[in-house]
Design a protein around this ligand. Structure first.
Ligand SMILES: [Zn+2]
Length: 198
């Protein structure tokens, strides 16, 4: 078993990466978000840039841990917002057959409003609410999120405490030139980002 398989099976189950993407994130959003977050650090020399990223990750993991402590689950806050929004729309739908061609459930791992309407229809007793969360993929569960962020970035000694190098060459950063590139455009937000107020 490779490292990747071992890691993924411990958090999500061994078949989690073999099927559909289970995500509503659009193609380049991950890179755009990463670029946006390191904007103030990316022009710095490599060590300062890495220190900037480390500090950002320490704060991010700490913030998520605070949110997770307060959250009651069973899903993550974003997934809960998506399911609640879909439940609202689904209450106006009537299930007429047992197929859904929108493919949102398959692609994202969260039942679409049509599937929720069908699940509601399947509940014989209107007083008994079917547990919609049970049909949401494990990647959106609070317990999975907690496992993913259970590893902290531990603080390390700052630069003044580093041992002095005996290397005779002094490395200075190259002269800074403004990069030529396409103008920054507003990226399209995924459904989770649009719905989440957090
Ligand atoms: Zn659908």
């Amino acid at each position: 078993m490779s490292m990747v398989e071992a890691d993924s099976s411990c958090i999500l189950g061994k078949d989690s990466f073999l099927r559909k993407p289970v995500s509503g994130v659009l193609i380049s959003n991950m890179c755009e978000v990463f670029n946006g977050k390191i904007e103030k650090g990316r022009d710095k020399p490599v060590i300062s840039c890495l220190e900037f990223i480390m500090e950002y990750l320490m704060k991010r993991i700490c913030n998520f841990m605070k949110v997770m402590k307060k959250d009651k689950g069973p899903l993550t806050p974003t997934a809960t917002d998506i399911v609640d929004a879909r439940k609202k729309v689904a209450s106006q739908y009537i299930a007429r057959n047992q197929t859904c061609t929108c493919r949102k459930w398959e692609l994202m791992g969260i039942p679409c409003m049509h599937a929720i309407a069908t699940l509601n229809e399947m509940s014989k007793d209107p007083e008994v609410e079917i547990d919609i969360y049970k049909w949401v993929h494990k990647v959106y569960w609070l317990e999975t999120w907690q496992k993913a962020y259970s590893f902290k970035v531990e603080p390390i000694k700052g630069r003044p405490m580093w041992p002095k190098s005996n290397c005779p060459t002094k490395l200075i950063p190259p002269p800074h030139r403004t990069q030529v590139g396409r103008p920054k455009k507003k990226r399209r937000k995924s459904e989770g980002e649009r719905l989440s107020k957090r």
